[in-house]
Design a protein around this ligand. Structure first.
Ligand code: GDP
Ligand code: MG
Length: 601
């Protein structure tokens, strides 16, 4: 294809503002999806995406379009649309998708206005030098206020409110005009057709039948079906089995040239061989310089995953192996917990990533799991200068510690004016540091904070929503780390620490954490033959205490007289019951108690 006819663009928006629905209308109007096969959110192919109504993986689709109206009517173009995941956990993928485009449609719900991820995605697009077309969506809604929000958008990105294109992804109104404008406003890709091939990987997925499918955008040169390709970050060389474009299913092609977007199949079985951001070149005429932007995905949040039935452990390991094939960002290592048995310590990009993996394990692999409270990664510097990276609080060093560092994020909250006080109160309570505040319009405020990541992963978003009646929105990105006054709180049962409940918390919050867990456990653990103290402690200092009073649980007392076989039966029954008990020191704890105590309230 002549690069001059190509337009590569993406749609960026806050979640639920209608990206996938607009993409559907484009698929329909350009004729690439047969109307009989059309279904809502066509490109959200994973079950979990369809059920949650969110996009997790990026998708690229090639669509032909001929300008319908105006002076350039009749001009033919090839549009490559890249539908991006909108959530903060997948920001890196969004940024790679953006790097594969020349233009971005900034989509804003005309009944909601600008939200936190509208801004975050807009900044990413501007960093990638993309041309922006502002679009107001959902103009069919009675509550739509296109005039008001066109002003807001124009105020934000400059330009005239009249230049905001108004569409309805639902009815299709305005969408043909938008497609015309995409061809008119966005620039075609430029690249050196004669240079050694360089293509950027912006996504890669594992397919059970085909192996890894790698999505690329060619920057320079071309890749043909007979080439052997080379990954520039690792030097690994792979045979190409197939190359093609997506329109909207895979269609084989002979070659991909400058500016084209398509897929490669190599028969490799693991997405780690083909990572987002890496540069693909050709083995017999390799490029010398990789394209910028490759970044190893780095887990930000850790949690222990344990099968409720211990015999499911091998099945859990197999399931994690399988998911890993499709998810370069997932990490896991075996770990043992005194309270929960054998499991894995898993690393995730963020909370949504954790939730999605947990849900897929339960749903696609039929596993019943318990996950420990998520924690971030700490860096503890001991007094002898030695550094310990802590991904599991129970491994926190016991010796003297000079300094502890925790990861921080830069958070942006957008809120109506009326709730500024409530948002500030929440952020201050979470050890936030206000960086700045701006009015986007008379009644909409942007607040910027530095916050410890650990303070965001526990119900911050829920709190934000409930304190602002659902009106505030949040976006955050990892920034740096800071030294903080952190301590490890242990929970002891009859003097024995219960590893699954150890937590690293800020000094000022240690007492609250200790009392909450101790009180929970007191209610959940049945009485024993002896008195059981539950203590929360920092090192050897006890900061909270509860007691489970003793009970004499004598099953035989119920049997008056001599029926020995009945007594034996009762003893057998009690033994059965004990099997599901975990021993913590001398204390018998039903596994359900741990599970209930770990589940959030
Ligand atoms: P995404 O998260 O940005 O991909 O948003 P979706 O395309 O999944 O849309 C979110 C919700 O808004 C869905 O319930 C859609 O049916 C609805 N929606 C999307 N576009 C329109 C529109 O133009 N009009 C109306 N009334 N609803 C829309
Ligand atoms: Mg979507």
């Amino acid at each position: 294809t002549d690069p001059g006819r190509i337009r590569n663009f993406c749609i960026i928006a806050h979640i639920d503002h209608g990206k996938s629905t607009l993409a559907d209308r484009m698929l329909q109007l350009t004729g690439v999806v047969d109307p009989r096969l059309m279904r809502a959110q066509y490109l959200d192919r994973m079950d979990i995406e369809r059920e949650r109504g969110i996009t997790i993986k990026s998708q690229a689709v090639r669509m032909p379009w001929t300008i319908r109206e105006g002076e350039r009517a009749g001009e033919q173009a090839v549009l490559n649309m890249i539908d991006t995941p909108g959530h903060v956990d997948f920001t890196y993928e969004v940024s790679r998708s953006l790097a594969a485009c020349e233009g971005a449609i900034l989509l804003v719900d005309a009944a909601q206005g600008i939200e936190a991820q509208t801004l975050a995605n807009l900044y990413l697009a501007l960093e990638n030098d993309l041309h922006i077309i502002p679009v107001l969506n959902k103009i069919d809604l009675p509550a739509a206020q296109p005039e008001k929000y066109a002003e807001e958008l124009a105020h934000l990105i400059g330009g005239d409110p009249a230049d905001c294109i108004r569409v309805s992804g639902k009815t299709g109104e305005g969408v043909p005009y938008l497609l015309d404008e995409i061809v008119r406003q966005f620039t075609p890709p430029v690249g050196d057709a004669d240079a050694p091939a360089r293509a950027m990987i912006f996504d890669s997925v594992y397919d059970v039948y085909r192996g890894v499918v790698t999505y690329v955008r060619v920057i320079d040169g071309h890749i043909s079906a007979r080439d052997r390709i080379k990954m520039m970050s690792t030097g690994a060389v792979h045979e190409l089995l197939e190359i093609g474009v997506i329109s909207p299913e895979m269609v084989k092609a002979e070659a991909l040239g400058v500016g084209e977007v398509g897929y490669l199949i190599t028969g490799v079985k693991d997405v780690r061989q083909s990572r987002v951001g890496d540069t693909v070149t050709i083995n017999n005429r390799p490029a010398t310089e990789a394209l910028g932007g490759y970044k190893d995905p780095k887990p930000m949040v850790y949690s222990g995953l344990y099968p409720i039935d211990g015999s499911d452990y091998p099945a859990l390991r197999d399931a994690l192996d399988k998911l890993k094939l499709n998810d370069a960002a997932l990490t896991y290592e075996p770990e043992t917990s005194g309270a929960l048995g054998f499991g894995f310590r898993c690393g995730f990009l963020g909370l949504l990533h954790l939730e999605i993996i947990g849900e897929r394990l339960e749903r696609e692999f039929n596993l019943d799991l318990i996950s420990t409270a998520p924690n971030v990664v700490y860096r503890a510097i001991q007094e002898d200068g030695q550094e310990v990276v802590v991904t599991n609080p129970s491994e926190y060093p016991t010796g003297k510690i000079a300094e502890v560092y925790e990861p921080t994020v830069r958070a942006t909250v957008l809120t109506p004016n009326d709730y500024v006080g409530a948002v500030m109160e929440l952020c201050q309570g979470r050890r936030g540091n206000l960086l700045g505040m701006d009015y986007l319009s008379a009644d909409r405020v942007e607040l910027r904070y530095t916050l410890p990541l650990a303070e965001i992963i526990f119900d911050f978003f829920d709190q934000l929503k409930s304190r602002t009646k659902g009106y505030a929105s949040l976006d955050y990105e990892p920034t740096d780390e800071q030294a903080s006054d952190l301590v490890k709180v242990d929970i002891l049962l009859h003097g024995e620490p219960v590893d699954a409940f150890s937590a690293i918390v800020h000094k000022d919050k240690a007492y609250a954490y200790g009392t909450t867990i101790a009180a929970k456990l007191r209610n959940l653990i049945p009485r024993q033959q002896f008195e059981v103290p539950i203590q929360a402690a920092i090192g050897s200092r006890v900061i909270a205490r509860e007691t489970i009073r003793a009970i004499r649980k004598d099953v035989l007392a119920k049997c008056y007289g001599g029926d020995i076989s009945r007594k034996r039966k009762l003893l057998e029954k009690q033994k059965e019951g004990k099997k599901r008990m975990k021993m913590v020191g001398r204390v018998e704890v039903p596994q359900e108690a741990f599970i209930a105590a770990l589940s959030s309230d």
